[in-house]
Write a protein that binds this ligand. Sequence first.
Ligand code: ZN
Length: 269
Amino acid sequence: MAVRCNLIMKHMEKLAPIGYGQEWDNIGLLVGDPTQEIHRVLLALDATEEVIDEAVAKKVDLIITHHPLLFKRIKSIRKDTPVGQCIYKLIQHHISCYAAHTNLDIAFGGTNEILAQKLGVYDTKVLHPLCSEGEVFGFGRIGRLKEPVTLEQYGNFVRDHLGLTHIQVVGNLQRNIHKVALCSGSGIEFMKDAVASGADVYVTGDIKFHDAQAAQQMDLCLIDASHYGTENIVIPTLAKYLKNWAELESHRVDILASEINGQPFYLLK
Ligand SMILES: [Zn+2]
């Protein structure tokens, strides 16, 4: 039997509780009908128009993304605006759209823990806690490598394990790296937490020139593995999570990972 949208939502929320979502964020079912029967799900980092076209072509009923389609406040839904056009297309083709964003980043087993596993970081703790009592949850993770390696070796490892063509590195390439802090997406605001936790290197995306200078002054190495590179790794794990559940509970629903390359940057050499 096909499965209703709200049952998939419930299972997503087991992994990424809605309560972990930040106030400024916009998560959950953003477009669609919670009672809709879902036969096919498409997972992607963003619900771009290209991804929505892919969903239409593949007869998908539900798109689950990391970045929310509706993020900034909108005052109209018009076909002549990029977001309006996406909403139009979704509704015309009866496709629902769900987002798990900061709640998935914070979640145990979510984006940051998947990133830590990919980057060979063990014994992880939360880098930037959001609570002082009870269960400690928050952004980023800090842990250690099994054995120290040089920054150059670790940079190569990060690039290869995230399937990237290139990364940017700040710091002495011969420095020994043992303690690693990381935050998926745009995590430079937590650089001070990385320093305070004694990290040798901080891996994140979207690092600016002055952040790199500040890191040098604080003797912290940086690896910019890109916003896309540090987040897109969540998609195969999410696919596996939903597939296992569907199989276990005998739901007839196909789980697909988007084949669109959502990395907007190209490197010209
Ligand atoms: Zn992001």
